[in-house]
Structures are given as C-alpha cells and as structure tokens.
Design a protein around this ligand. Structure first.
Ligand code: DAH
Length: 338
C-alpha cells in the first residue's frame, strides 16, 4: 500500500471523529484542522504530480471526495449540536456573573460644591462665576491689597504676563459683581484659585473657594453671623457650634475667622482638629468702606459682609479624607468610593 493510500485512510478515520465533537468550539477546531491552510488536503493535492499519470485522476477524485465528506460532517455535527442546545451553540456559561458597565458620577469635589451652594441658594444667594485669569486691579488693588502690602506676598501668584495672573482667591468676584450690579447684592461665587504652593497632603497649587457677598442698606454683622451659622449647621449638621474670632484681611473691617467645633470629637480634641476641638473653615468680615467706594457704592449709606471659604477642607472633614492631593489625582480607585 502506497504512502498516499495510508494518508487517505488516516484522514478517513479522523473524519469519523467529527461526529463525536463535544461542542461548537471543538467543531471549529476540527474545521481549521481539516479545511484550514495547513490542512491535509492541500498537501495531498500538491503530491498528485508525483503519481503515475494513470493514477492521478482517480486519486484526485478521492481527495476531493474526502474533503467534501469532512465539510459535510462538520456541518452535520454543528446542526446536531444546535438542536441539542437550542440556538446558542457557543460555550456560554449563563451562571457566570455579568460585567456591568461602570456608571459615571460627579467628582466628590463637584458634589461638595453643589451641596454648599444649595445651602446658600436656599437663603436667597445668587450663584455667579468669574474668570480664572484676573488683572491686578480685581485680584489685589480694589481689595486694598496694594503692591506694598505684606498680605500680597502671602498670595504667591502665577503671573501670565504684565497685569495678568491666575486668580489667587475668589474675592475679585466681589469687585466684578459690585461693578456690574445695582444694590441690593446677595451672591455666592464658586471658583478655582491658584497659588505657587507645593503639592503636599495639606496644600495644592490649585484649590477651590466659594466667595459670598451681601450689600444693602443696614446690613450688619448680625446678618453675617446668622448666614454663617445657618451655613455651618446646614452643611455639617444642626448640632454644630460656631466660633467667631477677630482676624485681619485688608478688604474687610472688622475681619474675622470662623471655626466650628470638631465633628469627630465634638470639641473634645482629636487628631483631625489637632487636639484643639475647633476647625477653622473660613474668613469673613464687613466689607471695607474703601472697597465699596472703589466700586462706586456709597459707603455712608450702604454696608455689607463678605466671606470666603475653601472647599477641599470641608469635603475632607465630611468624608474623612486625609490628603488634599486625592481630589486632583483622579485615581478611579479613590473617586469610585464616593
Ligand atoms: N480671600 C481670602 C483668602 O483667600 C479669604 C477671605 C477672607 C474672603 C475674608 C473674604 C473675607 O471675603 O471677608 O484667604
């Protein structure tokens, strides 16, 4: 028996195996084995030329016949499997847990900002936004942070050119708003701020502030106190205590610093509040008459208050976050926890 003959018999036997293929994947493997580029039939056809001329036609026919049988057996087995398993002949395991598409959500900082703004909107404050790039007049001069003023150094700035800088705080929005709107004024202005600070667990060169301004006839420190106590209790919980202490900012007189009793230890002293029992949350004061005059508001007839707060700190306190960098690194493992 020639070698050719032997090969054909081997293939014949293997075609019989097709009917025993266990599943569609096995059928597919066999299909590639038989009919793929590296399959046996191509080789056999090529080998024909070495046979004696009178054997060629008969052998060619047999090879083609086997090829057709293999194709038919594959098709038949696939149909059988389909009938056994219903329409789906793949190896899908329906008991495996599915993969849910991940759902997007608002950044923790965005949500905190929205929650804070909502507390003020509920008290009638109008929300406005301003530019990131400021000039020295709005960022410093009109706020009485004059060129020789020591406070100006503390706001180490990113200058973009002569008289152009990234705003170092949201207070310039006070000026912009007073320039453009008639009294009474009751606004809050959220915005990013930029300072040349190193990126550490407690400082970030980019941070978020919310500024507030209320000006009209007969606005007093009592209004400031009422609004701030309501904010602290509305955002951190009704049981919070609020502390007012004198502080200095050139654009307010008197100025003050506001703290609340630490929500983690209820004022007892703990790691979060550095054992002091209090957490400082914002700066505030009665708008300096000089600032009102810069904006063409009669400071004899009108008064008002302003305050500015960072947003990261309240968010860190509320959600127990110990490093400000988490807000800006956009690590999904962190963000998706909230
Ligand atoms: N702009 C100040 C800062 O960035 C915060 C501030 C203090 C804002 C007192 C005010 C205020 O409106 O009255 O440090």
């Amino acid at each position: 028996m020639g070698e050719y003959e032997k090969k054909l018999e081997e293939i014949e036997k293997r075609i019989e195996e097709i009917s025993g293929a266990a599943n569609a994947a096995a059928v597919e493997t066999l299909r590639r084995e038989f009919l793929g580029k590296a399959g046996p039939f191509q080789d056999l056809m090529k080998g024909l030329k070495n046979l004696p001329p009178d054997e060629k036609p008969g052998m060619g026919k047999r090879i083609n016949g086997l090829k057709n049988r293999a194709a038919k057996a594959l098709e038949t087995r696939l149909v059988e499997l389909r009938e056994q398993l219903g329409d789906d002949v793949s190896d899908l395991d329906y008991t495996l847990p599915g993969t849910r598409p991940t759902q997007g959500r608002l950044h923790l900082l965005t949500r905190t900002i929205e929650q804070i703004l909502t507390v003020f909107q509920d008290m009638g404050f109008h929300v406005v936004e301003g530019p990131d790039i400021e000039d020295e007049w709005h960022n410093f001069e009109a706020l009485r942070l004059h060129a020789d003023h020591p406070a100006r150094d503390t706001q180490d700035s990113f200058y973009l050119g002569e008289d152009r800088l990234l705003k170092t705080h949201t207070s310039p929005m006070q000026i912009r708003y007073m320039e453009e709107h008639p009294l009474p004024i009751q606004m809050v202005a959220p915005g990013y701020c930029y300072r040349r600070d190193p990126f550490t667990s407690r400082h970030s060169p980019t941070f978020f502030q919310i500024e507030a301004l209320m000006i009209d006839k007969n606005i007093t420190f009592a209004h400031l106190k009422g609004v701030l106590v309501e904010f602290v209790r509305g955002f951190f919980g009704r049981e919070r205590k609020v502390r007012f202490r004198p502080d200095f900012f050139p654009f307010v007189e008197p100025g003050c610093e506001i703290a609340m009793d630490c929500p983690f230890c209820d004022g007892e002293g703990c790691r979060v509040c550095s054992q002091s029992g209090w957490i400082e949350i914002l700066g505030a004061g009665m708008v300096h008459p000089g600032v009102l005059e810069y904006c063409n508001i009669d400071s004899k007839a009108n008064t008002g208050f302003a305050f500015g707060m960072g947003v990261e700190r309240p968010a860190m306190i509320r959600y127990g976050i110990d490093d400000i960098r988490h807000f800006y690194e956009n690590d999904f493992r962190f963000l998706s926890q909230f």
